[in-house]
Write a protein that binds this ligand. Structure first.
Ligand SMILES: [Zn+2]
Length: 397
């Protein structure tokens, strides 16, 4: 095998993405396997000509389908061809832009750890766009978008040619499409830069340059991929849906403020990523990022927004009514809130410095799992907290 990178040839035709993938496989503890979203329409899948793959819904997350070849055991290349609609928050194919991230279904997910990132050759449908962070391949003349060794960094942002602007603030470069979004994104970049400085004081230093993309379409929430944060629409333009539950704890302006503040959470993910995002273990990533946001608010003496965010998570957690670790290990809907509430209980009893200690420990864990985290809290911090977490994790917090 020449390269341990996965190769994807991509075409965009009539709002659909067509993918031809070549994904290296080496014999290890797993049979040849590819996981894709359930919207994916497979044309063919084989490894070295053997196409006996069986499909099963993922036990961890029923959005995903797992294709496994139970016969083939040697090394080779899995070849897959499929088309897919682009679905999921802030995944868009339009005349104005193409934005595709990995959390929905466009790429096979969870590539094996021996695969060192991927190369996406943009074959067709991208001609009228500027593809961010891309280059032209000398051999084929095609635009190539390279993704990092961590597969979760795969995303493609392509603005219609020349139809975007940018500015820089501190460590941040901001790309935006909507003229009126400048003010909000200037504020977001300032906030992001201040948060980055704060986190560099409490966690291990990570001072890489950051990029923020405003899509000008979609949902005003943000997602993070390594050093990139992608926002859908301008959070300041956010409007509540017509029907908001009567007991929803935030008013529209609170929610706007929270969406802007989301940049701090997203930067928190620089330290809090690495737990399996497709299973309940994702609560570690989300609790780490959100409590980083909450610690920043405490450092800024912004108790008002801090309290509102806690109320919001209490509400979400109550609505979902699921434990952090459900008995069948599936990924619960409360993954963004339940752990935040668990940490809030610890914060109320032991204070801010204890939360910082726990987060530092979590941020420095290479492979983040709940069991290992609690074990480390027991040996390195406080066994009462470890016992408390063990109790709380399997029941509704
Ligand atoms: Zn998050």
């Amino acid at each position: 095998m020449n390269s341990m990178k996965a190769i994807f040839y991509l075409k965009v035709l009539e709002n659909k993405l067509y993918v031809k993938g070549q994904i290296p496989y080496i014999n290890g503890d797993k049979q040849p396997q590819i996981i894709v979203g359930k919207n994916v329409n497979i044309h063919s899948i084989s490894i070295n000509g053997n196409s006996n793959f069986v499909s099963n819904v993922s036990t961890e997350n029923d959005y995903f389908i797992v294709y496994t070849n139970n016969e083939y055991e040697e090394e080779g290349v899995i070849e897959i061809e499929y088309d897919t609609n682009i679905v999921g928050e802030n995944n868009i194919i339009s005349d104005e832009l193409i934005a595709i991230s990995l959390y929905s279904n466009p790429f096979p997910i969870k590539l094996e750890t021996y695969i060192d990132g991927s190369l996406c050759y943009l074959e067709e449908g991208f001609e009228n766009y500027d593809v961010m962070n891309s280059y032209i391949d000398e051999e084929t003349g095609l635009v190539v978008k390279e993704t990092c060794s961590k597969t979760e960094t795969a995303n493609i942002i392509a603005y219609k040619k020349g139809k975007y602007k940018s500015f820089e603030y501190g460590k941040f470069k901001v790309f935006y499409r909507t003229e009126s979004a400048y003010d909000t994104f200037y504020k977001i970049a300032c906030l992001g830069d201040a948060a980055l400085k704060f986190f560099n004081q409490i966690y291990q230093e990570k001072n890489d340059d950051m990029e923020i993309y405003e899509l000008g379409l979609g949902y005003p929430a943000a997602y993070n991929r390594g050093n990139i944060v992608v926002y859908g629409a301008d959070p300041n333009e956010f409007k509540f849906p017509i029907q908001v539950p009567e007991d929803f704890p935030l008013v529209e302006n609170d929610f706007k403020e929270y969406l802007i503040q989301a940049i701090v959470h997203e930067i928190g993910h620089k330290w809090f990523i690495g737990a399996d995002i497709f299973s309940y273990e994702d609560w570690l990533n989300e609790t780490g990022a959100e409590w980083s946001n909450l610690l920043y608010l405490l450092a800024e003496d912004n108790k008002e927004l801090f309290d509102k965010i806690i109320k919001y998570h209490e509400y979400q957690n109550k609505m979902c009514n699921e434990p952090i670790k459900p008995s069948d290990n599936h990924k619960p809907n409360a993954v963004h809130s339940s752990g935040v509430i668990l940490f809030y209980k610890i914060y109320q009893k032991y204070g801010k410095d204890m939360i910082i200690k726990m987060l530092k420990l979590l941020s420095e864990m290479e492979l983040k799992t709940t069991d290992k985290f609690i074990e480390l809290i027991r040996t390195d911090i406080n066994s009462d907290i470890a016992d408390f977490m063990l109790e709380e994790i399997c029941r509704v917090v």
